[in-house]
Design a protein. Structure first.
Length: 183
């Protein structure tokens, strides 16, 4: 359903239209973000944020299931905005929820991070996240040099520590996903 904003903009001589700052802020559209263009039967033009991982569809779930079976912990695959796939004990709390701002900011730095509750503060994964994580492994998915999402390995079981093996496996999956969706 489309919602009227009351804002009118003219197309310039090069065919460009400026998307107002208020709308960009509300919709989390940033300079350089790709937009997909649609037309509807009523003659409307619709701009929508383009998420390369969105096309990835059921493959994200397949990767998450394989990782969970191999590593035995909750696996989450995200795009820039939300959880696309979640397999494991925390599925009910995380599936299809929007990412927490702190996680998004960390992913923007394109760094892999391993956290353990006894040594570091755990990051909230989704908005309104109250899960008492004990271990987190966060690996950004990069495509054409851009951060497009993440692979997360999560636990709330006491004494769990993620190490080099888990990091290598999750990094390999993130690399495979990133290569499959090259822009």
């Amino acid at each position: 359903m489309m919602k009227a904003t009351g804002i009118v903009r003219r197309i310039d001589e090069l065919g460009r239209v400026v998307i107002p700052k208020e709308i960009r802020r509300t919709m989390h559209i940033h300079e350089g973000d790709p937009l997909e263009i649609f037309t509807d039967a009523g003659g409307g033009v619709i701009l929508k944020k383009y998420y390369p991982l969105g096309m990835f569809g059921g493959s994200a779930e397949t990767y998450a299931e394989a990782l969970q079976k191999m590593l035995g912990h909750t696996v989450v695959i995200t795009d820039k905005e939300q959880v696309l796939a979640c397999v494991g004990a925390l599925k009910k709390e995380l599936a299809e929820k929007p990412l927490h701002k702190e996680l998004y900011e960390l992913l923007s730095e394109r760094q892999t991070l391993t956290l353990h509750a006894r040594e570091q503060k755990m990051l909230p994964v989704v908005r309104e996240d109250g899960i008492p994580y004990t271990a987190q492994l966060i690996v950004p998915i990069l495509s054409s040099g851009e951060m497009v999402g993440a692979v997360l390995l999560l636990s709330k079981e006491p004494g769990v520590r993620f190490g080099e093996t888990e990091e290598k496996v999750c990094t390999t999956v993130a690399d495979c996903i990133g290569r499959q969706i090259e822009l």
